[in-house]
Design a protein around this ligand. Sequence first.
Ligand code: MG
Ligand code: MG
Length: 252
Amino acid sequence: MAIPLRKPRDIEALRKANRIVAETLQLLRERAVEGASLRELDSMAEAYIRSKGGRPSFKGLYNFPSSVCTSVNEVIIHGVPSEYTLKNGDIVGFDVGVELDGWFGDSAITVGVGEISKADRELIACAEDTLYYAISIIKDGMRFKELSYKIEQFIRARGFVPLANYCGHGIGRKPHEEPEILNYLEAGSPKSGPKIKNGMVFCIEPMICRSDMNSDVLGDKWSVVSKDGQKGSHYEHTVAVINGKAEILSQL
Ligand code: MG
Ligand code: MG
């Protein structure tokens, strides 16, 4: 189960796929206004991805029916675009995956619609800040478990908890590759397990719950909610380890 080390030209190919992801998320962020329907946002995103020569890689992945995961309020991840129209005060997560020339990109954001509460701003900030904190501490030679442990400490210091049983992941020629990168230390010492090395490409994706890590999947067989029934948040980037540090590929 060796984790692939990518050559510079492979990382450039991954950067191109991820650039389309970042552009699509930028469009979704702009269009996530009161009255926008999730299905229309999904169609708009798919059209944009295809106009750039990419393929929406979530469509059909494990039989997911749409191009974008749209996760509203209590849904933390894997929400399916429906006829629902966004309301003032909603928070919505967008998760986008793209395949371009056989390489994959993946990134996610959570945004507020109109005026949102202070509590919801803090919830979203926890996911975003955890993501950038994690990226800032990644270095060649660090263990993935140590990264997971530090992510968990950061989330808990903010008064939130990580979602259990869902994780970040390697990415490259497939949308999900080894290793699994949990947002918490599941078992064992942070000083055990595989090391992060130059050339690795993976997704870091903090998924934040208010009080209960444990989750249920709703009747649509996709939407993941915390057992606490409260809102959640999610942010994600694809990063490459270059010259000992993490560089974000999924940004403009
Ligand atoms: Mg994703
Ligand atoms: Mg991912």
